[in-house]
Write a protein that binds this ligand. Structure first.
Ligand SMILES: [Zn+2]
Ligand SMILES: [Zn+2]
Length: 740
C-alpha cells in the first residue's frame, strides 16, 4: 500500500501494517517518540488512531509524538492518564462504579459513583497507585466485540453507567481498552480510544480537585463525584501549569472583587447579572470616559439605543430566531402576538414539505379561540379558501410573510442581544451621501444573553453586559483605512491598560463551507483589506481559514495576561450581511445608490468581562489613574485629625480620589488596611507633618518618602493621574510586569 506522509512523500508499506510500523520505517527516533497517529483516506478528514491501528490501504499518515506541541497528542496522553487514575481509584476503593472520563481543556476528569466522599487527602494514595501502574509500563490493548456480545458482557458486570454509555454509542462494534497485555487479567474500560501505546509513555501528572456532578448533568439523577487531574509530557510543563493555576487562584476576580468592594452578584437580582458597586463603577466610568475621549478624536459619533427592540427588528437582522437559545424569551404585547410569533418560529423551522409539528397545530387551535378575527384572516374557513391564505404545504417564505403582516399590529419585544440592528436603523434614518461616509456610530451598549446557569462565572460569563461597541459604515475604498483605524485604536486601548502581550488572529472564510454567505467578490475585497490593514499595523498575525464570521472576515486580538493566560479580547469584523438584509444605501459619486460595507468593532469586548480580566491581571492593584481610591490620608493621633481632613479635602478638590482615615486606631493597623484595599498611596500625618505642612508618603510597594510638602504632593499625584505611556519592552521582547 502507498502511505503519504505530511511532507507529501509517499512510501510503500506492506498490506496489513500498522501506524506504528510507518513510524518505525521513517526512523527509530520517531518510533520512540510516537504515541498515536492521524490517518486519512483519499483526502477525507483524518481520524486519530492508536499506533497498533491496522492501516486500511492507501492513506495519509501523520505520526503524533510526545515531544510535539500538539494539543491532540496531549489529549491522547491525558485520556490515557484518566484510565490509569480510574484503575487506581478502583484498586483503592473496589466499590467504585465508573461513569465516564474524557480529556478536557488543560487536563481530564473521571466521573465516579462512590458512596465514600473523596477528598484531596486521598490524592497522594491515588497518585502513588497511578505511579505504580505507569512504572509497570503495561501496554494499552484494544479489543472489539459485536454489540450484542458487548452488551451481554456489560450486563454481567452490572455497572448501569457503562451499559448506558454503550447504549448511546454508535456502531455495530464496541471497543474496550485493557491496561495490560490480555483481556480478563487487567483493568479495562469501555472506550473509543485513542491511547498511548504503553502506560510508561504517560508524562507528569497531578490530581487537582474533586467536585460534585450529576449523571448527564441532570440534577434529578444520581449525584456523582468528578475527579479532575492534569498531565503534561514533561515535569517542567506540569510545574509551569500548576504555578499558573496557583497564580490564577490568588488572582481570582470573584474574590478580589468582593474584598475590594468592586461588584456583587445577588441571587435575588439574578445569577449572571453584575451589580457594580461604587468602587467598581469608578473604574468602569474612568475607562468609559477615557475611551469616549479617544473615540471623539477618532471621528466617532455617540449614539444611544434602549434595551429592547421589536422582534421584527431581529427577524429582519436574522438574530431571531437564529440565536433564540441564547436569548431571554421575548416579551409579548398580547396573547395573540405570542401565538403568532411561536407559529412563525415553527413555520420558520419547518423543513420544506413536512407538516407543522403537533405543538404548532396546537398554537393554531389556541389562536382560533384567542382571536377569531386574526385566525380567519390567516386560515380562512373551509368553504372560503382564499389563495393568499396560510397553507402549510405552500412555500415557507410566503407563509412567513403572511404571519409577519399580522405581527405589524401586535408584536413582541426582545431584550437587546446585539446593538448592531439599532445602529443600522440610525444609519438608515436619513439619506446618506458618499460625502458623509464613513459614518462611525459608537455606544456603550448593554446587551442580554441567556447563558446556561452552569456556565456563569463572576464577571467573565454573565447574562447582561455592556459592549464598547461601534459600527462603521463605509465605501469599499474606505474599508482598508477604516480597518487600520480600528486596529490602531484597539492597540492603543490595550497598551494603555498594560496588556501589551498580544497577537492578532485573522479569521478567513472557507469557500467550500456553505455556512459562509455567498459573495466571492465581497470576501475577496474584505480579506485583502483585512490582511493589508494587519500587515501595515506591524503586528504579528496568523490567518485561520474557516474562522471568519459567517457574514465576513474578522480580526481578533489574543491577549496574554501577566500569568500567561490567553484571552480573546478586541474584535473587528467586516459585514456584508446586515447592510443587505436592511437594504442600506448611500448615494455615490455617480449619483446612484450603493450598499455600504459595515464594520463591527469592540476593542475591549464587554466591560464586565474586561474588568474581570483586568482585576486578575493587576491582582486588584490597579494603576494609579484607575484606582478607585488613590490616596488614603491617615492620622497618627487625635492631634493630627484636623490636618488629615484638611489634606484629604485639598486632594479631593484637585480631583484625586481620597479617603481620610481619622479613626482612633493605631497607625500600624491603618496602614495594613490601606494595603488590603490596594490603595496606591497612604499619606501619614502626625504632629510633625502638621507643623511642617507635609505628609509622610507610603506607596503600596513599601517605599516611603518622609516630609513631602503639600504642593509637591499635589503636583506629583496629578502628573501620575493619567494613563502612563507603555513601559519599554525588555531585551527579550516581553513587556515589563504591570506596576503602579
Ligand atoms: Zn477511555
Ligand atoms: Zn455589531
Amino acid at each position: 500500500m502507498k502511505v503519504t506522509l505530511p511532507d507529501g512523500k509517499t512510501i510503500e508499506m506492506p498490506d496489513g501494517c500498522t501506524a506504528g510500523d510507518v513510524a518505525a520505517r521513517i526512523g527509530p527516533g520517531l518510533a520512540r517518540a510516537a504515541i498515536g497517529a492521524r490517518v486519512g483516506v483519499g483526502g477525507g478528514p483524518a481520524r486519530t488512531v492508536d499506533l497498533s491501528y491496522k492501516l486500511p490501504g492507501d492513506c495519509q499518515v501523520s505520526i503524533l509524538t510526545s515531544t510535539a506541541d500538539d494539543p491532540e497528542a496531549l489529549r491522547i496522553m491525558r485520556h490515557s492518564t484518566a484510565h490509569v487514575m480510574a484503575e487506581a481509584i478502583c484498586t483503592l476503593f473496589p466499590e467504585t462504579k465508573l461513569v465516564y472520563g474524557p480529556p478536557v481543556e488543560n487536563g481530564y476528569y473521571y466521573d465516579i459513583d462512590l458512596p465514600r466522599r473523596l477528598t484531596p487527602d486521598d490524592f497522594p494514595a491515588i497518585e502513588r497507585e497511578m505511579q505504580r501502574i505507569v512504572a509497570d509500563d503495561r501496554p494499552f490493548t484494544r479489543y472489539e466485540l459485536q454489540r450484542a456480545e458487548a452488551m451481554k458482557k456489560l450486563q454481567a458486570e452490572g455497572n448501569p453507567y457503562k451499559i448506558d454509555n454503550a447504549e448511546r454509542a454508535e456502531g455495530d462494534v464496541l471497543s474496550f481498552y485493557v491496561t495490560g497485555a490480555e483481556p480478563g487479567k487487567y483493568w479495562e474500560d469501555l472506550c473509543m480510544g485513542t491511547h498511548v501505546p504503553r502506560t510508561g509513555r504517560i508524562g507528569a501528572f497531578k490530581l487537582l480537585s474533586v467536585a460534585g456532578a450529576f449523571w448527564h448533568g441532570d440534577a434529578t439523577k444520581q449525584q456523582l463525584q468528578r475527579v479532575y487531574g492534569t498531565a503534561f509530557f514533561s515535569k517542567k510543563d506540569l510545574d509551569a501549569h500548576l504555578d499558573q493555576l496557583e497564580q490564577a487562584r490568588r488572582r481570582d476576580h470573584r474574590r478580589i472583587g468582593q474584598e475590594l468592594g468592586l461588584f456583587t452578584i445577588d441571587p435575588l437580582v439574578g445569577s449572571g447579572i453584575v451589580l457594580w458597586k461604587p468602587k467598581g463603577s469608578i473604574i468602569r466610568l474612568i475607562l468609559e470616559e477615557h475611551l469616549r475621549a479617544k473615540l471623539r478624536e477618532a471621528g466617532y459619533q455617540p449614539v444611544f439605543s434602549p434595551h429592547i427592540g421589536r422582534l421584527e427588528l431581529y427577524r429582519t437582522s436574522g438574530h431571531f430566531p437564529y440565536y433564540r437559545d441564547s436569548q431571554f424569551p421575548p416579551l409579548y404585547e398580547s396573547q395573540t402576538a405570542r401565538l403568532l410569533n411561536e407559529l412563525w418560529v415553527a413555520e420558520y423551522e419547518r423543513p420544506q414539505g413536512r407538516p407543522l409539528p403537533p405543538q404548532a397545530q396546537k398554537l393554531v387551535e389556541e389562536l382560533k379561540i384567542e382571536n377569531a378575527a386574526v385566525y380567519t384572516q390567516l386560515f380562512g374557513d373551509s368553504e372560503d379558501a382564499d389563495a393568499r391564505r396560510y397553507d402549510p404545504s405552500a412555500e415557507r417564505e410566503r407563509n412567513l410573510a403572511l404571519i409577519r403582516e399580522h405581527l405589524r399590529v401586535e408584536d413582541g419585544f426582545l431584550l437587546k442581544p446585539m446593538n448592531c440592528p439599532h445602529h443600522v436603523r440610525i444609519y438608515s434614518s436619513e439619506p446618506r451621501s458618499y460625502k458623509e461616509l464613513p459614518v462611525r456610530l459608537a455606544e456603550f451598549g448593554t446587551v442580554y444573553r441567556y447563558e446556561q446557569s452552569g456556565e456563569l462565572s463572576g464577571m467573565t460569563r454573565v447574562r447582561g453586559f455592556t459592549q464598547d461597541d461601534a459600527h462603521l459604515f463605509c465605501t469599499p475604498e474606505q474599508l482598508e483605512p477604516e480597518l487600520a483605524g480600528c486596529l490602531s485604536l484597539t492597540r492603543y486601548v490595550l497598551d494603555v491598560l498594560g496588556l501589551r502581550d498580544y497577537r492578532v488572529r485573522i479569521g478567513l472564510h472557507d469557500p467550500q463551507d456553505p455556512k459562509f454567505i455567498q459573495n466571492p467578490q465581497g470576501w475577496a475585497l474584505a480579506e485583502q483589506a483585512i490582511r493589508a490593514a494587519a500587515a501595515a499595523s506591524g503586528l504579528a498575525y496568523t490567518e485561520e481559514k474557516g474562522e471568519a464570521a459567517f457574514y465576513g472576515p474578522k480580526i481578533d486580538f489574543m491577549v496574554k495576561d501577566c500569568i500567561g493566560r490567553e484571552w480573546q479580547l478586541g474584535t473587528v469584523q467586516v459585514d456584508y450581511n446586515l447592510p443587505r438584509r436592511f437594504g442600506l444605501e448611500y448615494v455615490g459619486r455617480d449619483n446612484r445608490p450603493h450598499q455600504p460595507i459595515m464594520i463591527h468593532r469592540a476593542p475591549l469586548g464587554s466591560l464586565e468581562r474586561f474588568i474581570g480580566i483586568l482585576i486578575e491581571h493587576y491582582e486588584g492593584s490597579f494603576p494609579f489613574w484607575l484606582s478607585p481610591v488613590q490616596v488614603i490620608v491617615a492620622s497618627i493621633s487625635e492631634r493630627s485629625e484636623n490636618y488629615a481632613r484638611e489634606v484629604g479635602a485639598l486632594l479631593a478638590s484637585r480631583g484625586l480620589r481620597t479617603e481620610v482615615d481619622d479613626s482612633p486606631e493605631k497607625i500600624g493597623p491603618k496602614k495594613h488596611r490601606a494595603r488590603q484595599m490596594k490603595a496606591p498611596y497612604v499619606a501619614v500625618v502626625g504632629e510633625q507633618e502638621t507643623a511642617s505642612r507635609t505628609v509622610d508618603l507610603n506607596d503600596r510597594e513599601g517605599r516611603r518618602e518622609p516630609r513631602v510638602p503639600l504642593d509637591a504632593l499635589v503636583e506629583r499625584l496629578l502628573s501620575e493621574n493619567r494613563p502612563q505611556p507603555p513601559a519599554p519592552r525588555g531585551a527579550d521582547g516581553a513587556a515589563s510586569p504591570p506596576g503602579r
